[in-house]
Unconditional design. Structure first.
Length: 135
């Protein structure tokens, strides 16, 4: 059986189709021990809070990555949120497919969104009669 193995990190300028699930305003901080951002809420213990660096609040876009079949949490800066709002309002009006990519600009990484209004033609195929395994 051949298994398609997609890397979890996206390549530079790789546009990934996503389905928007939710947009939340969250508090978070960088955990050096875990080497990733950790969300902060009322259940976060005080020892973990002391360990966190770069504590901040930001909009977090929760989206389903259609290529890698997983949920993504995309942290949006204020300018990125404004760009996303424009793309999402166009999506609500016209439909289509929202894709995103991350672009390196110097030492910083920027998130970009794109709306593909015509993202593929649907192919209508006849479905053969259902054959049951145990007849």
């Amino acid at each position: 059986m051949n298994k398609v193995n997609y890397s979890t990190r996206q390549e530079n300028k790789e546009w990934i189709p996503i389905t928007i699930l939710n947009l939340e305003y969250r508090s978070m901080g960088w955990s050096p021990g875990l080497k990733k951002s950790v969300y902060i809420d009322e259940s976060t213990d005080s020892n973990t809070l002391e360990e966190l660096k770069r504590i901040r609040e930001a909009d977090v876009l929760i989206a389903y990555d259609q290529v890698r079949d997983r949920t993504r949490h995309i942290e949006l800066k204020e300018s990125e949120r404004k760009e996303f709002d424009i793309i999402y309002s166009q999506y609500l009006e016209k439909g289509g497919q929202i894709s995103y990519t991350r672009k390196k600009e110097g030492r910083k990484t920027r998130t970009l969104f794109m709306l593909e209004e015509e993202y593929g033609d649907f192919v209508v195929r006849e479905v053969p009669e259902i054959k049951y395994l145990f007849e």
